[in-house]
Design a binder for this molecule. Structure first.
Ligand SMILES: [Ca+2]
Length: 577
């Protein structure tokens, strides 16, 4: 009866369907039509003929086939357009700011637009081919697929990083306004170049780019039909503060605190000891998914099964790389737990235990970006705090930024990411995170779809934070958020890529199929980048894995469980509760 009703009502653009119980009302979601291809009508003429408010084009040139390549394959002929929007001089710091961008417009266009969100604190117009938006070694970039792609610096240059945070408007452009400013211009430029606007529009990125995508899903649903948030820095200021607050803990177990004249806490938990932790996690959790294969697919069961204090091997004497001191065990348990202030408020989610802790990137994020590089301190101090940190010198002095990290007072300083102050009229939480992340009604009701892909061993943005968000979103959607949003966890994968993981997959095509053909992604096929992989070899793969090992990535909360057959291929697994 319900299926019949669905069929009868399927042509309605909106409305609600109520089941027999009357409590599971679900909106009928419209099906968007597929994008239609077109051919580039003009390129170099755009420089003189394209006009848009507050926009200056700097160049428009034809890029011949083969000038660019990705994964060993030529990128076909396309038009590269560079320019900037909203050029201005800041009254706060006297700096010249603009939103710099490049667009790459394929000669043979598939009718789709992609806003490429970039990582870190932006400031760089990353090549606009879409190859950097997530997945290790993407075999076909969105530009190769035929999408028209824009990439931007989000309103400041590399030289202005991180002190652009002193300028309130530059903060807002970085947070969300660059996406909202550039996208209508980009669509107008596409109209000028092809004679029609894009049929379908997407936004995608990883890390901070994944954050851009999540923010766009909530703020700019009218502009986009599909959203791909990869390894999203969903609560980026909270994650940065949590990471800073852990520095004091690592400091208690670091045996060497300066390497090559720079602060470095690698000795707090070096690679050999991280492998000890990984082995202990595998011993408890690997087989919970039906196969001991070096991958923990059942992440939730693992968290219930693994206790770091009980399960990590304790040193009976000095640390020797095969065991952990009792202090280390306590620090690990604390670092994996949620960060709370003395009032008991959770500032950031905890992290799930996953054998991906063995990877190099884990250490980069947990240790080096707070003390060896200035990355974390300057982001918190200059961009996320209101008012910004007054002493500007730590932007160029790692000794000072490390001291900032070590003296960071969670109780007093973390309040500044929630605060406004004088000319800083939006808090970091306001400009960096989606305004209401649990209500994606506008995206849902237009027929839009969202996919999130996140590594289980991401050491800076916790997949637990992403999963908690999804559970709340799902509650608000009466348990059917999967009709418009799905989250895929990648076991073993670190931040954006790498680790002991199958980290190569094509989420872009899956998203397009969902948006334009109504084909919901029941699983993604992910491949380990072993020897000979065209997208680049992942050097962190365990020795025993097939070079072409594949696994399904399952929509949360389903888990890839081994069924029968060749343990190296995805077909031997099923997505199950
Ligand atoms: Ca397993």
């Amino acid at each position: 009866m319900r299926l019949m009703a669905l069929g009868l009502l399927a042509t309605l653009a909106s409305g609600y369907l109520t089941g027999c119980g009357g409590s599971d009302a679900q909106p009928i979601l419209p099906q968007l039509s597929a994008a239609q291809p077109a051919t580039l009508a003009r390129c170099t003429e755009l420089l003189s003929r394209f006009s848009y408010a507050n926009t200056r084009l700097l160049s428009a040139e034809v890029v011949a086939s083969g000038v660019l390549s990705n994964a060993g394959q030529a990128v076909a002929e396309h038009c590269k357009v560079s320019g900037s929007m909203n050029e201005r001089v800041s009254a706060v710091d006297g700096q010249r700011y603009a939103i710099g961008f490049e667009m790459r417009l394929p000669k043979d266009w598939n009718g789709r637009f992609l806003y490429q969100g970039n990582g870190g604190t932006d400031g760089v117009v990353v090549l606009a081919d879409g190859a950097s938006i997530g997945s290790g070694g993407m075999l076909r970039s969105p530009l190769q697929m035929g999408m028209a792609v824009i990439s931007s610096d989000a309103g400041h240059t590399a030289a202005q990083n991180p002190l652009f945070g002193i300028d309130p408007q530059a903060r807002l452009d970085y947070g969300y306004q660059a996406v909202g400013t550039l996208t209508p211009m980009a669509k107008s430029l596409i109209q000028a170049a092809y004679g029609k606007a894009p049929d379908r529009s997407y936004v995608a990125g990883t890390s901070n780019g994944g954050r851009h995508a999540m923010v766009a899903a909530a703020r700019y649903a009218a502009l986009f039909d599909g959203v791909l948030a990869h390894s999203p820095g969903f609560n980026l200021p909270r994650a940065a503060v949590a990471n800073l607050s852990n520095v004091k803990l690592w400091d208690t177990v670091a045996t060497t605190k300066v390497v090559n004249n720079l602060p470095d806490y690698e000795s707090a938990l070096p690679a050999s000891e991280r492998q000890v932790v990984a082995n202990a996690i595998l011993a408890r959790c690997d087989a919970l998914d039906g196969l001991a294969d070096g991958l923990v697919q059942d992440l939730a069961a693992c968290q219930a099964a693994f206790d770091p204090i009980r399960d990590l091997p304790a040193c009976s004497g000095a640390r020797d790389g095969t065991c952990l001191s009792s202090t280390q065990k306590a620090v690990i348990a604390k670092v994996y737990g949620p960060v709370r202030n003395s009032a008991g408020e959770t500032l950031y989610s905890g992290f799930p235990f996953d054998p991906g802790i063995a990877q190099v990137g884990w250490a980069d994020w947990k240790f080096r970006n707070s003390v060896r590089t200035a990355r974390n301190p300057v982001s918190v101090g200059y961009i996320f705090s209101s008012p910004p940190y007054a002493d500007l010198s730590m932007a160029s002095d790692t000794t000072k930024s490390a001291a900032f990290a070590l003296s960071y007072n969670l109780e007093t300083e973390s309040a500044k990411i929630f605060a406004t102050s004088g000319i800083y009229t939006e808090s970091a939480l306001s400009f960096m995170t989606p305004p209401n992340p649990f209500r994606l009604d506008a995206l849902r009701d237009k027929g839009g779809k969202m996919m999130v892909v996140h590594g289980a061993a991401d050491p800076i943005f916790s997949v637990d934070d992403t999963l908690a968000w999804y559970r709340t979103l799902n509650d608000g959607a009466l348990g059917r958020a999967d009709r418009f949003t799905r989250v895929f966890v990648v076991p073993g994968m670190g931040h954006s890529r790498g680790g002991p993981a199958t980290d190569q997959y094509d989420a872009v095509t899956a998203l397009i199929d969902w948006v334009e053909a109504g084909k919901a992604p029941e699983r993604l096929t992910a491949v380990a980048r072993g020897a000979g992989n065209a997208g680049g070899v992942n050097t962190e793969l365990p020795a025993g894995w097939s070079a072409t090992r594949s696994r399904p990535l399952c929509p949360y909360p389903l888990v890839a469980r081994y069924q029968s057959g060749n343990p190296e291929v995805a077909e031997s697994f099923a997505c199950k509760p």
